[in-house]
Design a protein around this ligand. Structure first.
Ligand code: IPM
Ligand code: MN
Length: 362
């Protein structure tokens, strides 16, 4: 197989975790006999520092032309002020829209051996395995009007959802659930918000077309509590853009570290793949960042963008095998346990396991 993958390393730990994912993709190409053409392009703070806009035209064109896009992270404290146009995060929002990737899949599961690594009680989180399906190109992130008024004395955003936008993301959630444990929890704030009442109505209609999938509705505040206290009850969690952003960071705490979580943003051609964690400037350049979120995002890219299922499975098995061998980056070390390995050591171990085709647990 031949494929072109646009790499967008971005800011903070973005470049190091993107390089880790690239290394693993090269190991996949070697073992399975594929030819991946991978080219890097500036985005976010990295693009601003080079004097351009956060999403340069050249980067947008390269992403639109590629078979898939792998992004590290955007966010840079040097640009943490001023209007949206000059912020690194704007690049990501523009790119999601340009690519038409309205469905953000964020799987979160507790890997065996990591049960006691998170913020919550091990017996409550052991075995948790959920998929957040987050609407990604609508809601309050994009709603108009938005802006600053009264000379900075007030500011406003608009939460808006249309029926078709809700319908298509709900379809993704029900289809995903049908291939898992057939349960959808739809998250809203229907006791307060009109957008949420429409959300609930449309999700219920879509649910009626999927009689084999059980649908329940939760208010977002209750869902946040249940995710912390009984995460095992969740299979697919369907949410709008803002609520899904918040709940997915909480899911990171449930599984042990936000550094583990991958994501796939699909809906357009190819798609955009990125770890859920951000740029973590304090960790950048020290080789301590966990590369697993980015490497697992590369596995999702193989599966969703290239249809390379055996390859994706091989990467996920390699991650499981490295963890089963006791390897832990700093974020995964709990008191008195193993000493931490560097991000690059973790990457080498995972890439070697992909190359070997080592069985799970080896
Ligand atoms: C995420 C991030 C982004 C978001 C930011 C960087 C714009 O937090 O992908 O979860 O809010 O969507
Ligand atoms: Mn987020």
């Amino acid at each position: 197989m031949r494929a072109t993958i646009a790499l967008l390393p971005g800011d903070g730990i973005g470049p190091e975790v993107t390089a880790a994912a690239e290394q693993v993709l090269r190991a996949v190409a070697g073992r399975f006999g594929h030819a991946f053409t991978m080219t890097s392009h500036p985005v976010g703070g990295a693009a601003l520092r080079a004097g351009g806009p956060p999403l340069p035209d050249e980067t947008r064109e390269a992403c639109l032309a590629a078979d898939a896009v792998l992004l590290g992270a955007v966010g840079d404290p040097a640009f943490d002020r001023g209007s949206s146009e000059g912020r690194p995060e704007t690049a990501l929002l523009q790119l999601r829209r340009a690519l038409g990737v309205f469905a953000n899949l964020r799987p979160a599961r507790v890997w065996p051996g990591l049960e006691d690594g998170g913020a919550f009680k091990p017996d409550r989180v052991a075995g948790a395995d959920l998929l957040i399906v987050r609407e990604l190109t609508g809601g309050i992130y994009y709603g108009e009007p938005r802006g600053v008024a009264d000379d900075g004395r007030s500011a406003f955003n608009t939460m808006r959802y249309s029926r078709p936008e809700i319908e298509r993301i709900a379809e993704v959630a029900f289809e995903s659930a049908a291939a898992r444990r057939s349960r959808v929890t739809s998250v809203d704030k229907a006791n307060v918000l009109e957008t949420s009442r429409l959300w609930r109505e449309v999700v219920t209609e879509v649910g009626a077309r999927h009689p084999d999938v059980t649908l329940e509705h939760q208010y977002v505040d209750a869902c946040a509590l249940l995710l912390a206290t009984s995460p095992k009850q969740f299979d697919v969690v369907l949410s709008g853009n803002l609520f899904g952003d918040i709940l997915s960071d909480e899911a990171g705490a449930v599984v042990g570290s936000l550094g583990l979580l991958p994501s796939a943003s699909i809906g357009g051609r190819g798609g955009l793949y990125e770890p859920v964690h951000g740029s973590a400037p304090a960790l950048a350049g020290r080789d301590v960042a966990n590369p697993i979120g980015a490497i697992a995002s590369a596995a999702m890219l193989l599966r969703h963008a290239l249809g390379a299922h055996a390859e994706a499975d091989a990467v996920e098995r390699a991650i499981g095998s490295a963890l089963a061998a006791g390897l832990r980056t700093a974020d995964l070390v709990t008191d008195g346990q193993a000493t931490a390995v560097s991000g690059s050591a973790m990457t080498r171990e995972i890439a070697a396991r992909v190359g070997d085709g080592a069985p799970p647990g080896a």
